[in-house]
Design a protein around this ligand. Structure first.
Ligand code: FPP
Length: 247
């Protein structure tokens, strides 16, 4: 496998963890078994990112649309999330990982909200890496929420229309304070964004792998990073401008 360049790591990696259901189906297991195996993959990828020195890892764990899944599956996902938080808090503190969350967190069951709040509080001082969980998250909801907040600030005289630019708008998003992702990974082969970080991925490099999420491991992560490092990020400029050859 191609070596990765430790000096050119993506600062922020975002992942659409897809394919738990397909992984389970292939093995004649229940969808929930797929999610259980998915949590093991979460553990491995969080550890690998921390060891590599990635500064932000955002995981799409539950979308606003996912509430429409069968009740038993939603209940199981919420239970897995809570169990993960309870079990991993100490490990996060040991590894200097701060937990953060984006999404309509008020939609989550109260016990999950409380556990989430507790883990965020306990890891609040950690500054080695941010593990950012997208929960009851939707990119359109996030943008609408930002617009509502801006309108309310406008009504209260806290913001003027001419002050709203890209930077100011970003401060109203749930991701405020977190730089945009450099690399977005989607597992399980679909070429879709699925309402994830719509505003933030304007210049993000996309990487899609056929591997289902439960099979995504450290090796797969390194492959994605190596692919990212082979790209030239131009942010709308020409190659010549980027390489300082433009007069
Ligand atoms: C997509 O697979 C996965 C999800 C909707 C949930 C992701 C959740 C986890 C990995 C576990 C809990 C998360 C944490 C952070 C502890 P799918 O069910 O859509 O798969 P399919 O498209 O093959 O059916």
């Amino acid at each position: 496998m191609k070596e990765i360049d430790r000096e050119k790591l993506p600062h922020h990696i975002a992942i659409i963890m897809d394919g738990n259901g397909r992984w389970a189906k292939k093995k004649n297991l229940s969808r929930i078994s797929g999610h259980i195996k998915g949590v093991d993959a979460v553990r491995e990828v969080v550890t690998a990112c921390r060891e590599l020195g990635i500064k932000v890892l955002t995981l799409y764990a539950f979308s606003v649309e996912n509430w429409r899944r069968p009740k038993e599956e939603v209940t199981a996902l919420m239970a897995l999330l809570k169990e993960y938080l309870v079990k991993e808090t100490e490990e996060m503190i040991r590894n200097n990982i701060r937990l953060s969350a984006i999404g309509r967190l008020e939609d989550l069951p109260l016990d999950v909200q409380n556990t989430l709040r507790e883990t965020m509080k306990k890891t609040g001082h950690c500054d080695g890496m941010i593990l950012n969980l997208a929960l009851s998250y939707g990119g359109r909801s996030e943008i609408l929420h930002a617009v509502q907040e801006i309108l309310s600030d406008y009504q209260n005289g806290r913001v003027r229309p001419e002050e709203i630019n890209v930077q100011r708008f970003s401060q109203y998003l749930w991701t405020h304070g977190i730089p945009d992702p450099d690399l977005l990974i989607r597992t399980s082969g679909e070429f879709r964004i699925s309402n994830f970080l719509l505003w933030q991925i304007a210049y993000t490099e996309l990487y899609v792998t056929e591997t289902h999420w439960p099979d995504f491991d450290r090796k797969e992560l390194l492959k994605a990073i190596a692919d990212y490092q082979s790209r030239e990020r131009r942010f709308g400029l020409t190659s010549e401008q980027l390489n300082g050859r433009e007069e």
